[in-house]
Design a protein around this ligand. Structure first.
Ligand SMILES: *[C@@H]1O[C@H](CO)[C@@H](O)[C@H](O)[C@H]1NC(C)=O
Ligand SMILES: *[C@@H]1O[C@H](CO)[C@@H](O)[C@H](O)[C@H]1NC(C)=O
Ligand SMILES: *[C@@H]1O[C@H](CO)[C@@H](O)[C@H](O)[C@H]1NC(C)=O
Length: 257
């Protein structure tokens, strides 16, 4: 929860007030507006409901297969998935699988990776994998991953993002994982998970929604995830779902294989 408060105040640092010709009740409805309007106090309650997803048969499951430097992945993760999860985490269980269009080679028992956007992308994937491994709880690691993916330089942002959101975990410890056998072992799990997708992924971000990937679900998730989650959830709707169009619509951007 603290992380999200930090997040909100940080993202408000670079704001312009041009979009704020709205009534106060409108300000917190969309992520972009809240960011633009410097309405920390008003929106804190709205944006700080981060709890652990409660297990129930109707919990909406979303798996994101992505790679750290793909523009479309970064757009989706920062513009749709994270803000939707912040508001709907009670009913939305997110699984992040950083690997995407990478390739794995078994070099006599040692795994080596090649990534679509080069070694720096492999490094970003590995950093996020190790952060996830150490922090375990999504309410701890998702803000860090969000912060990195939203930064100008993803890999360089590791240290700053940890300092802001999870100072208990040092970047030194993360880098030991990244550069050691542990990182490779963890990345192998991501490779297995990605390679066993059915149907196989054709591009990233590749979204598996409630265990299924279809073109329609992918398109709806990429353009209006918030509404998709609210519409899909069959339990009693959380308050946030009453604010439809909670997250502004986004155009698709993909990284083809
Ligand atoms: C969330 O997804 C993971 C698998 O990715 C699963 O193990 C876990 O049980 C799910 N949790 C809930 C609350 O649905
Ligand atoms: C990787 O290669 C080694 C031998 O080169 C083999 O023993 C091992 O089973 C392979 N691992 C996997 C997961 O394919
Ligand atoms: C990010 O920063 C690192 C370290 O300074 C640098 O090597 C890399 O080229 C930068 N990446 C981008 C995409 O600018």
């Amino acid at each position: 929860m603290k992380a999200v408060l930090f997040l909100l105040s940080l993202s408000l640092i670079h704001s312009s007030k041009s979009e704020c010709n709205l009534t106060p009740s409108e300000w917190c409805k969309t992520w972009d507006t809240a960011k633009a309007c410097q309405v920390e106090e008003q929106c804190l309650e709205f944006y700080s409901r981060v709890t652990n997803t409660k297990s129930s048969s109707s919990t909406v499951q979303l798996e994101l297969y992505y790679e750290s430097l793909c523009g479309g992945c970064r757009d989706f993760l920062t513009g749709q998935l994270f803000p939707t999860w912040v508001m709907l985490n009670e009913i939305l269980n997110v699984t992040l699988v950083p690997y995407g269009n990478a390739m794995e080679k078994n070099d006599s028992g040692k795994f080596e990776y090649q990534c679509q956007h080069g070694p720096e992308e492999c490094l970003g994937n590995m950093m996020e994998t190790c952060v996830t491994y150490y922090l375990k709880d999504i309410t701890a690691y998702f803000p860090v991953v969000f912060c990195m993916e939203g930064a100008v330089n993803v890999t360089m942002a590791l240290d700053a993002c940890l300092t802001i959101y999870e100072p208990s975990l040092s970047s030194k410890k993360v880098m030991e994982c990244v550069n050691g056998d542990l990182g490779k072992k963890l990345m192998h799990q991501n490779a297995l998970k990605t390679d066993s997708l059915k149907p196989q992924h054709e591009f990233v971000p590749w979204i598996v929604f409630n265990g299924k990937h279809t073109e329609e679900l992918q398109n709806r998730a990429q353009t209006a995830l918030f509404n998709l989650v609210c519409d899909t959830y069959t339990g009693p709707k959380p308050d946030a779902c009453l604010h439809k169009d909670g997250i502004p619509l986004k155009k698709d951007r993909l990284c083809l294989k």
